[in-house]
Unconditional design. Structure first.
Ligand code: SAH
Length: 222
């Protein structure tokens, strides 16, 4: 990814490297994921007024009551979705909840194709503007209700959600390729990161991971 080597660019590379080091210390070990986090300029996705806080390991507001996810969570979700797979070049990922587009840009470093869907039109357009300058050829943004998945582009090797429902919507499970994995926060007040995987025989398995806090998955579009 091209980042201008201005003074701001160089300073942000150093603070970004520290952010990635903190993510690693929190337990993310997939070097490909850490490399992707190094390459994507998170400050590019937040408002200028918040740019100085872009490399803190925290969620930040992006408007419309929504947030840019915490760096650790983006990395952890990617690591759980990849699960050590080696066939990244042909991998197809669906992200639910584009927000400002940061996680989509990270996932696009790790897969052949990424499609990201957002239900708030103004955020879909914001992400499109923020991503334009980064020229990520393998990333497609869609406006729509991600609770329905995206049947026209299915099946997906991974579906990664950035918003929490009370259950994993059935369409996501239906749109999962064999050996595919859903990584989604699930729960109302007490949320956990859930992995739903489909094995080679088509059987579905569930694993509950750490406690998390995401914005809610909401129906319909806005
Ligand atoms: N991926 C973002 C996080 C955005 S926050 C990042 O990189 O930081 C979660 C987003 O999910 C919000 O923008 C919210 O509008 C969106 N969302 C909630 N329910 C949705 C749904 N049913 N379909 C698509 N997007 C949804």
């Amino acid at each position: 990814m091209k980042v201008a080597s201005t003074a701001v660019g160089l300073a942000s590379e150093r603070v970004r490297a520290r952010m990635v080091e903190r993510v690693r210390e929190q337990g993310v070990r997939d070097a490909r994921v850490l490399g992707a986090m190094e390459r994507v300029p998170r400050h590019h996705f937040v408002d200028a007024a918040l740019a100085s806080r872009a490399y803190e390991d925290t969620a930040l507001p992006i408007g419309f009551g929504q947030t840019i996810s915490q760096p650790y969570i983006v990395a952890r979700s990617a690591e759980l979705a990849l699960n050590g797979r080696q066939d990244l070049a042909t991998l197809k990922i669906l992200e639910i909840g584009t927000g400002c587009g940061y996680a989509a840009a990270v996932f696009a470093q790790l897969a052949g194709t990424v499609v990201s869907i957002e239900r708030v039109r103004a955020l879909h357009e914001l992400a499109r503007d923020r991503l334009r300058a980064l020229r990520i050829a393998n990333l497609r943004l869609v406006f729509g209700d991600g609770a329905l998945g995206l049947p026209a582009a299915a099946p997906f090797d991974a579906i990664i959600a950035a918003a929490a429902g009370e259950e994993v919507p059935q369409p996501w499970i239906d749109q999962l390729a064999p050996q595919g994995r859903i990584v989604a926060p699930v729960g109302a007040n007490d949320q956990h990161l859930l992995v739903v995987s489909r094995d080679a025989d088509g059987r579905v398995h569930r694993q509950v991971h750490e406690a998390v806090r995401f914005v809610p998955l909401r129906p319909g579009t806005l």
